[in-house]
Ligand binder design. Structure first.
Ligand code: PHE
Length: 345
């Protein structure tokens, strides 16, 4: 019975595939799937096979029926398209000018990601990506946020509705790329030079926030890494991405996972650091940075007496808007389908 069914399937598929017009296709359909069709007949005959094999064979027969129906449908569509284009072909005027297909390009965020990646690869950073649906452990706890610590609120996190992991806690959508720090430390031994660029998610949507955005995260861990290395790397980024005359500045700040922590500013490109309407006294705020907290190194499996490191992180959309010449009034436009806007970049 099984073989018989498979043969019906093969025969019918070949015939459907080879049908040259809809009339022929309809005939084939009738002869297999019609009331008196071959497959219909075989299905009716199921009562003749031993009762214990009936469910299995019945299932197979039904699958074959569904497959054949889909094949017929697809073929019908293909034949219709063929018919339409044939009619058109008869009327082709070869002297008419051609239609130029519209060429797309990479989204401006993707362009920025590629440019930033190339800049950091030049100084030995490796681009990595880690899960965006991630355990709380990687996003918060291992980054030195005690459970229920109020600082967690600043990250307006989305929680995934599933059972918490006994060790790693609830599952979240990564609200920042810092979750990649612990993943990277677990994955390899120093020297670490990581560039994690990924989508991040926070419960926020207004002119300057989208619920999904991108962040870039740098992490360097090795023996004898100091703030000087961090500052040098930030200056290198400012020069390479924004222009030769730009530089970075760090100001004291607080993050749970870095100590000391800083906010990073880039000198304003318009007033060249003198102070103007666009900036705060010559500086534009970029994002966060700091020396990796000893607890974070420990959670990543490293001895903080032996190794030190620095990390920095900020939004790609922000980096991009700060680049001279691009001003976006409403950040949400970036992720709209507004081609008039997107085509400019
Ligand atoms: N993860 C921080 C944020 O989302 C930024 C940061 C990264 C700060 C690395 C310090 C070090 O705001």
């Amino acid at each position: 019975m099984e073989e018989e069914l498979l043969k019906i399937k093969n025969d019918a598929s070949t015939l459907i595939f080879e049908a040259e017009d809809t009339d022929e296709l309809n005939k084939i359909k009738l002869s297999f799937l019609g009331k008196k069709g071959i497959l219909t007949f075989a299905i009716k005959n199921l009562s003749k096979i031993p009762i214990e094999r009936r469910p299995e064979i019945g299932k197979l027969a039904n699958e074959i029926k569904n497959t054949l129906e889909i094949l017929v449908e697809d073929k019908e569509k293909a034949l219709n398209i063929q018919k339409e284009t044939k009619i058109e072909k008869k009327h082709i005027d070869v002297t008419l000018p051609g239609i130029k297909p519209q060429l797309g390009h990479l989204h401006l965020v993707t362009q920025a990601i590629e440019e930033i990646t190339a800049i950091f690869e030049k100084i030995g950073f490796e681009r990595v990506r880690y899960p965006e649906a991630e355990w709380d452990w990687y996003g918060f706890t291992a980054l030195n946020f005690p459970e229920n610590h109020p600082a967690r609120d600043e990250w307006e996190t989305f929680f995934i509705d599933r059972k918490p992991h006994p060790k790693y806690g609830p599952m979240i959508l990564t609200p920042h790329t810092s979750s990649g720090q612990i993943r990277e430390m677990e994955r390899r031994k120093p020297p670490i030079r990581m560039l994690n660029i990924a989508k991040c998610y926070r419960r926020q949507s207004d002119v300057s926030h989208t619920p999904m955005f991108h962040q870039m995260e740098g992490l360097v861990v090795n023996k004898n890494i100091s703030i000087n290395h961090l500052k040098g790397t930030l200056d290198y980024f400012a020069r390479s991405y924004y222009g030769e005359e730009r530089k970075a500045r760090i100001r004291p700040y607080h993050f749970q996972f870095t100590e000391p922590s800083f906010e990073v500013d880039i000198s304003c490109g318009v007033c060249k650091g003198k102070g103007c309407k666009l900036c705060k006294e010559g500086w534009l705020e970029l994002g966060g940075a700091g020396m990796v907290h000893p607890n974070v190194l420990k959670n990543g499996g490293f001895d903080p007496k032996e190794y030190t490191g620095f990390a920095f992180g900020w939004g790609i959309e922000r980096v991009l808007m700060m680049k001279e010449g691009i001003e976006i009034d409403d950040l949400r436009t970036l992720y709209s389908t507004n081609l008039d806007f997107l085509e400019q970049f």
